[in-house]
Ligand binder design. Sequence first.
Ligand code: ADP
Length: 460
Amino acid sequence: MSLRARLILGYSILLAGILFLFGGSLYVILHFTLTLQTDQALEETADYFLKSTTVRTVEDLRYLTLPPLPFPASNTYFQVWSADGRLITASPNLQSVNEPLDPQALDTMQERFSGNMIRGLRMRVITRTIQVEGTYIGLLEIGTPMTVADRALSILLLVLGVGGASALALSVLIGNWIAYGALQPIDAVTTTAVQITHADDLSRRIPLEAPPTSEVGRLILTFNETLERLEGLFSSQSRFLADVSHELRTPLTSIRGNIDLIRRIGPDAESLDAVQSEVDRMTRLVGDLLMLSRAEAGTLPLAKSPVEMDTLLLEVLQQAILLAQGKVEIGVGNLEQAVTIGDRDRLKQLLLNLVVNALQYTQPGGRVLLSLRVVDDCLHITVSDNGPGIPPQELPHIFDRFYRVEKSRSRSPHGGSGLGLSIAQWIAHSHDGRIEVASEPGKGTTFSVWLPQQKQSEQE
Ligand code: ADP
């Protein structure tokens, strides 16, 4: 059953219940009030009748003198019965009615009010005893038809029935209209969602045709936001796949070319070196990719412990001197003693990635400078070079995966996979730090790494 049908059904059942309770109570109250009023009138008449009745006793005989009984057209009926059950007198309007107005009361000589059917007429009857010096000598029964009350009750029933049914029908119509208006935007959302699924087109958005703060408006906004994130995710995934394929195709093409050459002219040192270098590049690429994917999946463990960063920087410096092979001058600026909490191997990898880049992109005769200072409880490590620098428009992208400023740069023998800075950035972030770059084309580049310092109190 649709949500709209369920809403209308629930709402109609509730309304019908309320109408029934309301109508039923009204009917019962009116019935009770009309009966009570009739009973009061009957009681007053009976009191008057009995007060006006006199009994005369002559020896053993009693003479009853009754007040005049109503004329035939009256709406009140009287009967006087003797104690042994004989009809002594009756009002002329009763004509040929000889049976008691309340037979049960006559049998039991009981004073009471009752409702009886007399010749198809519903009557309210009062029964009172006539007593002389404590002895029952007869019974007075006065009845009045309930025709007017019954007509009023039937009219009320009719009004309640017709009114209730019309109110219910009207409320179903209006409820249906309101529910349609309220749920129609949800239908539109569903239709668009289905179209998006069928067309496989994540670039489509659901038009915001409801106020943004309404429930439906928020649903549309959230849905569109989800679509946007999915679109971003899918496009970055396909870009990533394309990048990986491209990165792997280049060395594979080179290896294939060299193998063809070796087949034709036999193995030579140059071709073998080229194959070796491409295999090394692919190994590095696959290693880096594996690390990044594990890092992003959160499954790359970090063995954190206090790390003396000044010592680590000196180790990196020594490695850098070996890598530079004397072609680039390497120096140390400030070198303050400072400790951070982190994974020593990963932090070393971060610094090495920056230093290797600096060496790689700085022309022979250039200069690379490392430094470590403590600024406001933070370790500030810089790796500066006086290489070619990075154009300002490229700076926002250099931490992206596979991003290279000049595509040809990577084709140098030590060309990286384009993942070095992404990995460096992930390591900095996972140590609650950050990495920044400042560069001026033609003058050089400075990478700054900020890491939280382990405080003196924590070290003790
Ligand atoms: P790669 O493995 O290609 O070095 P990275 O992610 O380490 O990839 O660096 C991304 C790009 O940033 C590099 O291709 C290079 O163009 C640029 N880059 C990085 N460091 C430097 C630097 N010190 N000087 C000039 N350009 C740099």
